[in-house]
Design a binder for this molecule. Structure first.
Ligand SMILES: Nc1ncnc2c1ncn2[C@@H]1O[C@H](COP(=O)(O)OP(=O)(O)OP(=O)(O)O)[C@@H](O)[C@H]1O
Ligand SMILES: [Mg+2]
Length: 426
């Protein structure tokens, strides 16, 4: 955290200048060494809480840098962009974490914070008290990979993948809000003893975050899961009021709350979308799915008060290219944050075995695309914006916006429905 002295070891001036600038902007006192030998000497002379080094410049010297002072100093190493093999090699050589070149400022900060906490240089309690960021994954069409994306992104956010390219140290909760047939637990090979319907009906737990946390199932990667009910009709026990209480209880305990919101747009989902900081809408590149997405966006614009950053991710669940990305961009008037390639049997095997792709196939192109989704959630925009032609949207979808009166009617109908639901429960 700002205040912890950091030693830079980056002989190249471009890289050194950028790191110096960003670290200083974040409030860290920074000193520079121009070679591994200078870094070792500096670490013997003064106390530093972290070393940030150019991976290529320190290859072979990582061990001596780490162990130059009595208590080993954690090392964050900058690796060439997109070179997963190099990242793995740096980790094997002793780096504590690897930052791919092309990083964003927020990513640099997140990795440094995580390393400082892991190495005991700061206490988690010193972290900002901002409650967890809520990220929803939703698609108006089922079976398009919403759960796959939510689960893999959650693992990456927690640094639970195998390529060292996640964000270690981040506490992540996955909430399975596909309440009838949610499969988050299946994707992670978990057998939850407790679920969200049980928590909703347990009044003492609903008043105590410690007790509520006992309803979570923890995966070996460290991420926590609040599972969907095991009986489909138990969803009736989870209303907006219960969701509100659960989120208020658990959100402050996590850095990210990843919500698999499924594919049904009911008052509960609408409420959840309104609470989110980031939306990931999963797009299947087919006309009917895009039409459903367009209808959904129109409906949300008219009925919900959304404050989240909205991103689209195109998921190719079929081998054939059904629509050109350019057409999707034109139709949605947005550039997808990522495009997940078709991944033949590996994706299905990942679900069957309960070992998500970022763990089972960390070097696959699909895992790289999933990392892009996690970066998007972290506010790191790794893809250049693409100018799109808005006028083409109408060609396919026609007029979207409803008259002001109709909009007001729908809002009123929704709030009447919610009030009725609350009355029925009480
Ligand atoms: N890029 C991909 N390539 C190939 N298969 C994929 C891809 N993405 C997802 N799948 C497969 O598609 C199937 C559906 O995935 P998933 O369960 O994540 O979808 P969903 O939208 O959550 O479905 P549901 O509506 O049933 O909850 C799974 O078998 C998954 O392995
Ligand atoms: Mg699902």
């Amino acid at each position: 955290m700002p205040g912890n002295p950091i030693l830079l070891c980056a002989p190249q001036s471009d890289l050194r200048d950028r790191l110096e600038r960003e670290l200083t902007d974040s409030g860290y006192p920074v000193s520079s060494a121009y070679s591994p030998a200078e870094a070792v000497a500096a670490l013997r002379d003064a106390r530093f809480d972290l070393v940030v080094a150019d991976g290529l410049a320190v290859t072979g010297a990582l061990g001596s840098i780490r162990n130059a002072s009595t208590i080993p100093t954690p090392c964050l190493v900058v690796a060439p962009a997109g070179d997963v093999e190099a990242r793995i090699a740096f980790l094997e050589a002793g780096a504590d974490d690897v930052l791919p070149a092309g990083w964003g400022h927020r990513e640099l900060e997140a990795r440094i914070e995580a390393l400082l906490i892991r190495s005991g240089r700061v206490q988690p309690a010193e972290r900002s008290k901002a409650p967890g960021q809520v990220v929803t994954f939703f698609s108006p069409k089922g079976g398009v990979g919403t759960t796959t994306l939510a689960v893999n992104t959650a693992l990456l956010l927690a640094g639970g993948d195998q390529a060292g390219s996640g964000f270690p140290g981040q506490k992540v909760l996955v909430l399975d809000l596909d309440l009838q047939f949610g499969q988050v637990a299946t994707h992670l090979n978990l057998n939850p003893r407790f679920d969200i319907a049980g928590l909703s009906s347990d009044e003492p737990a609903m008043n105590d975050p410690e007790v509520a946390s006992s309803y979570l199932t923890v995966h070996s990667s460290g991420i926590s899961v609040l599972a969907a009910p095991s009986i489909p009709d138990a969803e009736a026990r989870v209303g907006i009021e219960e969701l509100e209480r659960i989120l208020a209880l658990l959100r402050p305990r996590f850095d990210h709350v990843v919500i698999d919101a499924g594919s049904r747009l009911d008052p509960r989902t609408l409420w959840t979308l309104e609470q989110a900081d980031t939306h990931i809408f999963v797009i299947f590149p087919e006309i009917a799915a895009l039409r459903a997405t367009s209808l959904m966006l129109g409906y949300l614009a008219e009925t919900a008060t959304l404050r989240a950053r909205t991103h689209f991710v195109v998921n190719h669940i079929f081998p054939k290219e059904l629509l050109k990305t350019r057409d999707i961009e034109n139709l949605l008037r947005a550039h997808p944050a990522a495009e997940i390639p078709y991944t033949e049997v590996e994706m299905v095997r990942a679900v069957n075995e309960g070992v998500p792709l970022v763990i089972s196939r960390p070097t696959s192109p699909a895992a790289a695309a999933l990392r892009q989704v996690a970066q998007t959630v972290m506010g790191i925009d790794s893809r250049p914006p693409t100018p799109v032609k808005p006028e083409r949207r109408g060609v396919l979808f026609g007029r979207r916006s409803a008259p002001r009166q109709a909009r007001a009617d729908r809002r009123r109908a929704r709030s009447d429905g919610e009030a009725k639901g609350r009355r029925n429960r009480s």
